[in-house]
Design a binder for this molecule. Structure first.
Ligand SMILES: *Cc1c(COP(=O)(O)O)cnc(C)c1O
Length: 413
């Protein structure tokens, strides 16, 4: 189908396609994009330079690029009920970089969730630009419930008077109460920002409260539950519109990736359909089926379960494996997960005490509750009996299950 691809690349591409087809993908931040999104990502839109914004470009020949980007901005505003949308950020990290730049001066204080409690590197981790440029203070979770503790947040807010309070996480399994965050921010006169990278698709599908209604600025990725191109997006109140646009370009970026933007716009269009609403509902039903099944088998789940697309399983104290070891064992049977810190983790991040599982990708593939219960069976069997014959039997079960839910079978490299 594709001619002239360098042989080395083509070889790896074929193997990667086969890997995606024959593995159960449980990485909570991954998904399978539609044929249309995939096509747009590899389209001729990649050839165009379009620094600036629709009808205010620094290059000629942008009239059709303008049509796509303007349409995308309208769709994003409609989908999330936002006053302003910028769909140019190259990634979630760059969306956050721009949002901070719009609200803060270097050295300003920010209150955010710590990495081990579920936060993201760009929420102030010391080796990330965020932690180096700004002065982050962290909230954790309640040690008993392992859920967000608003008393702690309010106490830290009054003690440190941050200029910005940040909500949003990479590994948090419960519904986030944005209204309560807003109330605390208002008490101390702080900005309130939400990074909804993980849950944007759930918000779009109407199965998670919408942070746009409460936050000054909302950042997101477009490739996780939202199921679009890899990239970022910023939604905000009208009063921040000019500032946001200026910090994205020319503040932190140059030419927008129009092929990626094409795929983002397609995903936004798909997210407005009933099919996508049904998808978002099923993502949560599937995560709950997986969580309940693992719980019944005796696994300890962080925060005792899930209300979204993510399940975090404690493996160190309960079954004597580090997150890293569990990740490796599961990979040999064809189940892809990632090791993950748990709240108050005593292990280093490279080992970690937990694994993070997510339902978005396999839900796209067509898995329902029954398949996720089967996945829980395989996980339990693999982690309890890593003898080679058991693992190879489980590997075959995974391959059979994947065959029943084909992806990209029209692609012939
Ligand atoms: C994934 C994620 C990001 C970063 O997105 P990239 O596109 O990988 O840079 C930012 N914030 C949160 C909460 C995330 O989960």
């Amino acid at each position: 189908m594709i001619k002239n691809i360098d042989n080395k690349i083509l070889n790896s591409l074929k193997k990667e396609l086969n890997r995606q087809q024959t593995h159960i993908e449980l990485i909570a931040s991954e998904n399978y994009v539609s044929k249309a999104v995939l096509e747009l990502n590899g389209s001729i839109l990649t050839n165009k330079y379009a620094e600036g914004y629709p009808s205010k470009r620094y290059y000629g020949g942008c009239e059709f690029i303008d049509e796509i980007e303007s349409y995308g901005i309208e769709l994003a505003k409609k989908l999330f009920n936002a006053e302003h949308a910028n769909i140019q950020p190259h990634s979630g990290s760059q969306a956050n970089e721009a949002a901070y730049k719009a609200l803060l001066e270097p050295g300003d204080k920010v209150l955010s969730m710590s990495l081990d409690a579920g936060g993201h590197l760009t929420h102030g981790y010391h080796i990330n630009f965020s932690g180096q440029l700004y002065n982050f203070i962290f909230y954790k979770v309640n040690p008993k419930t392992e859920e967000i503790d608003f008393e702690e947040i309010e106490r830290l807010a009054f003690e440190h008077k941050p200029k910005l309070i940040l909500a949003g996480a990479s590994s948090y399994t419960k519904i986030i109460n944005f209204k309560k965050f807003r109330e605390i921010a208002d008490k101390i006169g702080a900005f309130f920002m939400v990074d909804m990278a993980h849950i944007a698709g759930l918000v779009a599908g109407g199965v998670h409260p919408n942070p746009v209604l409460y936050a000054d600025i909302v950042t997101t990725t477009t490739h996780k539950t939202l199921r679009g191109s890899r990239g970022g997006m910023i939604l905000s109140k009208k009063e921040y519109a000019k500032k946001i646009d200026a910090v994205v370009f020319p503040g932190v970026q140059g030419g927008p990736l129009e092929n990626q933007i094409g795929g983002k716009v397609q995903a936004l269009s798909e997210a407005l359909t009933q099919d996508f609403k049904d998808y978002a509902k099923q993502v949560i039903l599937n995560a709950k089926a997986l969580a309940n099944s693992l719980k019944n088998k005796g696994f300890r789940l962080i925060a005792n379960g899930t209300e979204n697309h993510t399940v975090i399983v404690e493996v160190k104290d309960s079954i004597g494996l580090t997150g890293k070891q569990a990740e490796t064992i599961l990979e040999t049977v064809g189940i892809i997960v990632n090791k993950n810190m748990i709240p108050f983790d005593k292990e280093k991040p490279v080992n970690a005490s937990g694994i993070r599982l997510g339902s978005p990708a396999m839900t796209t593939r067509g898995f329902k509750e029954d398949e996720f219960i089967k996945v829980a069976d395989i996980i339990q069997s693999a982690l309890n009996n890593h003898a080679e014959d058991n693992l190879s039997k489980l590997r075959n079960e995974v391959i059979e299950l994947c065959k029943k839910f084909p992806i990209y079978d029209y692609i012939k490299y």
